[in-house]
Design a binder for this molecule. Structure first.
Ligand code: FPP
Length: 242
């Protein structure tokens, strides 16, 4: 789904690749896990700011399917932070009308995280103000394969496979495509994140490490987005004429 009317407005959907926790920690002589803890604090800050500003959908890349290749201790630290985050934030999310969703293979997560996520999803399901999507054990190519497998499993005829019917089988079903994709810490790549959904997203790369990405950093990204001219393949004259 395209958000056509957004060139000088707030994005309806912001997606973020939260990068640089490790480098942030290393620069301070801290452990990578300490970097992730500071990253979790930045998650709280950014979720709160998005909720205040009225951004309706926020998707955070918290653990990719490739992150299993990291040292065991780091993976354990990331999953403990996730549990801690859910324990602390879910009551607040419920109060603030924020619905939690997970993009990715939840069944591949450890039992405690699976259970906490299912509880958090059902407890916040009524949230009307904002949807917080956590991409966990997520990979965009796997998401597309999963959608294609479901077409085959359901016996869908080739002519009934459309962009809309495919979108309805992605984790983002029912939500607009990201208008703005932010990646922190200087890298300029998509890393298997929402490849189909980001076809027309505005990209914003910042050298700031994720733990330092605060309200003012988010506001700067939103200001850059507001200054972009989104054309979706049309000419500027066509845009001006409609
Ligand atoms: C990338 O930094 C970050 C991650 C792989 C994980 C993101 C996790 C968090 C922000 C904290 C926990 C999240 C929640 C939702 C509670 P990196 O380690 O790849 O940094 P580097 O490239 O500098 O090494």
């Amino acid at each position: 789904m395209q958000n056509q009317d957004s060139s000088d407005k707030l994005p309806a959907h912001v997606a973020i690749i939260m990068d640089g926790n490790g480098r942030w920690a290393q620069a301070r002589g801290l452990s990578r896990s300490a970097g992730h803890r500071a990253g979790a604090d930045a998650v709280r800050t950014v979720v709160t700011r998005c909720r205040t500003l009225g951004i309706r959908h926020l998707t955070l890349y918290a653990f990719s399917s490739e992150n299993w290749n990291r040292p065991r201790a780091e993976i354990t630290a990331l999953f403990s932070l996730l549990l801690e985050f859910l324990q602390q934030e879910v009551p607040l999310m419920e109060e603030k009308g924020i619905a939690l969703k997970v993009f990715g293979d939840v069944d591949g997560l450890p039992l405690a995280q699976r259970t906490a996520l299912r509880h958090a999803i059902s407890r916040t399901a009524g949230g009307q103000h904002m949807t917080l999507n956590l991409a966990l054990n997520y990979g965009s190519r796997a998401e597309l394969v999963r959608a294609i497998q479901s077409f085959v499993r359901d016996g869908v005829r080739p002519e009934d496979i459309t962009e809309a019917s495919l979108a309805a089988r992605l984790y983002t079903a029912g939500q607009p495509d990201p208008d703005l994709l932010i990646r922190t810490s200087g890298e300029q790549r998509l890393s298997n994140y929402l490849l189909y959904q980001c076809a027309y997203s505005e990209l914003y790369f910042t050298p700031v490490a994720w733990p330092d990405f605060d309200e003012s950093q988010l506001d700067a990204a939103l200001a850059a987005y507001a200054g972009r001219s989104r054309r979706f393949g049309k000419t500027q004259e066509q845009i001006n004429g409609c």
